[in-house]
Design a protein around this ligand. Structure first.
Ligand code: WTA
Length: 659
């Protein structure tokens, strides 16, 4: 997590080289300013022009933005298109069918190449197979798959038929999977028998079986299984079907189903500050436009680039910047099944060298862990590899601390490649505040300035602008095409979460606090709500708390984040047991148990790093848990704040000492 003091005293500035500027898609301050001015002058005209230039419409739109039911904005809403046709057919139809779309590298280092023509044929065969099983526009599917060509095929095939997909990260538990199956009302699950990561085969289909066992999944008619590892498992005839059997004998062509611009392309669950994860609903046209355009702008994509985004398709980054954006832009991209540390800490650098990757996009948590690994095993230091193919490198998911930024810049980017530190969210659909590599002088730790058309600002609790240098809430003042359309099935929560009345009801509230320096650069300070960011993954404190209190031994739990050198934030849980506070030996045993429990309830990423037991939790006289005090205790610091409203001040001492 960026530290306020360190980032605001950061004075280093790294302007782009003249050579880079000369060839950039958006070139120099003039290029950027021209686009910003266009958006200021004629907001709707700006977006309409881009949408006409970057989308192949089956039926052109005549209306750009419909604000009549704000904040349920609609974009291009009388237009019609198919997203998959815009990602695949456009290239095959325009003489680019032989271009490599995906270079897939498996966990064990095998490489396969898939051209746009091949990918289109596979998507069509699978889509035809799904059609034969009776699936059609308006249905919803759950995709629970490892990183693979097949995952991209599954998403694209759904898009081709107008089936709204909801991808669930393969690291989420059966319970998380079941909750999403139920909430989204899915009739189809697409999964794999297993995933292959770090040299291990990890079965995946059993989690689907377990999810079914939890109930509520009766609407699912089929479980389509990609055979990755050929591990035997339970098989229900009639319901379960192999992906290759679904494709077998199907035609290589499949007419794309034309849908409305606002048709929900996908729903992706993400954590909020209260309650269960929310299903973020995205549109077809607006999302596609921005995913495509930001690949060109932010990454400066050119026809000869080899692009690699290391995210998983289970997260928004894998949607916008693997499954859709790069394909729409016609890129050649690397898709990687494995982990950065297998077979050794040089895996990323080896892959960049081998595939001559020119655009590389990863997360600060990966960078930080590789800094540490490089120190531990100098033979796998990035400088031991030929990384000269790189020209743009990126960062996403959490604030990048200036030290990690400098390491990345020097050792990976060779002090030659601009770092695009992209600030955005599941809800924004694509990049919002980011340097443009041929425009923006970089400052380590700052995501710099908003993209053209993105009206980002920092306001106080009443929605008033704050002066430069003063922190506040990050908001977006005008809608944008790729924005979240709704929380699936919960429009009230959508309004409350993102368009609160307190700010006037027309600003999109990001949930982050930010600061703007005197050059107008944005510095993201982290979440203002009860959302944690652990290794770039969003988790709600409430989610982890409810997982903990569902354990039979637990009476009460409070969860907070603590800064962590490796994971950005680490989860610290304060737990009150139904029985007396355990002694140290027993506490260690129970803590182990609780960690495993949380992993089963949510997924391993939600496991608390530190669990402390107390007789009670610090509460006000009205019974409210005082989390701000717990945050201080979690950091191991002395509580210096006012504790006069606290019912039981002695508890802070006990919790501070525990474990
Ligand atoms: C944080 C991931 C600082 C932020 C694309 C945001 C960042 C949340 C950055 C969204 C960045 C993402 N600098 N913070 N470059 N990128 N964040 O929905 O707190 O998984 O609100 O989307 O991650 O996380 P999400």
């Amino acid at each position: 997590m960026a530290n306020l003091d360190s980032v605001l005293t950061e004075t280093r500035v790294f302007p782009p080289s003249k050579d880079f500027v000369a060839q950039a898609n958006v070139s120099g301050p003039e290029g950027y300013q021209a686009l910003c001015d266009e958006a200021e002058r004629d907001f709707e005209g700006f977006w309409a022009r881009l949408a006409r230039e970057h989308i192949q419409w089956a039926k052109p739109f005549t209306r750009t933005l419909d604000e009549s039911n704000a904040p349920f904005y609609k974009w291009f809403d009388d237009g019609e298109l198919n997203v998959s046709a815009n990602c695949l057919d456009v290239h095959v139809d325009n003489g680019r069918g032989d271009k490599v779309a995906i270079i897939f590298e498996s966990d064990d280092g095998k490489t396969t190449q898939v051209t746009y023509r091949d990918l289109l044929a596979r998507v069509c065969r699978f889509a035809n197979g799904l059609k034969a099983l009776g699936y059609k526009t308006g249905d919803r599917s759950i995709i629970y798959m490892p990183m693979s060509v097949e995952a991209v095929v599954a998403m694209q095939a759904c898009a081709r038929l107008g089936i709204t997909h909801s991808v669930v990260f393969g690291g989420f538990s059966a319970k998380s999977l079941q909750e999403r199956i139920v909430d989204v009302g899915a009739t189809l699950v697409i999964t794999a028998d297993a995933q292959q990561r770090g040299g291990k085969t990890i079965p995946l289909k059993p989690a689907v079986e377990e999810a079914f066992g939890l109930g509520g999944c009766e609407a699912i008619r089929n479980v389509v299984v990609y055979k990755r590892a050929d591990v035997a498992g339970n098989w229900e005839e009639g319901r379960d079907v192999w992906m290759h059997d679904v494709e077998a004998g199907q035609s290589d062509t499949c007419e794309p189903v034309i849908v409305n611009a606002e048709h929900p392309l996908f729903i992706l669950y993400t954590s909020g500050s209260t309650g269960k994860p929310k299903g973020v609903q995205h549109s077809s046209a607006g999302f596609l436009l921005w995913a495509h355009l930001t690949v060109k702008w932010t990454f400066d994509l050119k026809p000869d680039d080899v692009y690699w985004c290391t995210a998983d398709v289970g997260w928004i980054t894998g949607h916008s910047y693997i499954a859709y954006g790069p394909l729409a832009a016609g890129a050649t991209q690397v898709v990687f099944e494995g982990v950065p540390t297998f077979p050794n800490a040089g895996r990323f650098w080896d892959m960049i060298q081998k595939h001559k990757v020119s655009i590389f996009y990863t997360a600060p948590t990966a960078i930080r862990s590789l800094v540490k690994a490089a120190e531990g095993s100098p033979e796998h230091h990035p400088q031991k590899y030929d990384l000269s193919s790189l020209r743009v490198i990126g960062s996403v998911g959490e604030p990048i601390n200036p030290e990690a930024w400098m390491w990345y810049y020097k050792n990976v980017g060779g002090e030659r490649c601009p770092i695009v530190d992209t600030w955005w969210q599941t809800e924004t659909g694509g990049h919002m505040i980011t340097p443009l590599p041929g425009v923006t002088p970089l400052k380590p730790g700052s995501c710099t300035t908003p993209l053209p058309g993105i009206m980002a600002a920092i306001v106080d609790e009443t929605g008033g602008d704050v002066e430069l240098g003063k922190g506040g809430f990050l908001v977006i003042k005008r809608p944008w095409p790729a924005m979240i359309r709704n929380i699936w099935g919960d429009p009230e929560r959508f309004k409350k979460s993102y368009y609160p009345e307190e700010l006037g009801g027309t600003y999109y509230l990001a949930g982050d606090s930010a600061n703007r320096d005197t050059d107008g650069y944005f510095w993201i300070m982290g979440r203002v709500d009860d959302v944690l960011n652990v290794s770039g993954h969003r988790l709600g404190t409430m989610e982890v708390e409810s997982a903990l209190v569902s354990h039979p031994l637990v009476a009460e739990a409070a969860v907070v984040g603590r800064p962590d050198d490796l994971t950005g934030e680490a989860i610290v849980a304060f737990v009150v047991l139904k029985k007396a506070r355990p002694d140290d030996a027993e506490a260690a045993e129970i803590a182990k148990d609780l960690r495993a429990w949380v992993a089963r309830e949510i997924g391993p990423i939600a496991k608390p790093k530190d669990i402390r037991f107390g007789d009670n939790l610090p509460k006000t006289r009205s019974g409210k848990i005082m989390r701000r005090l717990l945050r201080v205790v979690a950091k191991g610091e002395e509580v210096t704040q006012d504790v006069s409203t606290l019912e039981n001040p002695a508890i802070l001492d006990q919790l501070g000492k525990a474990l």
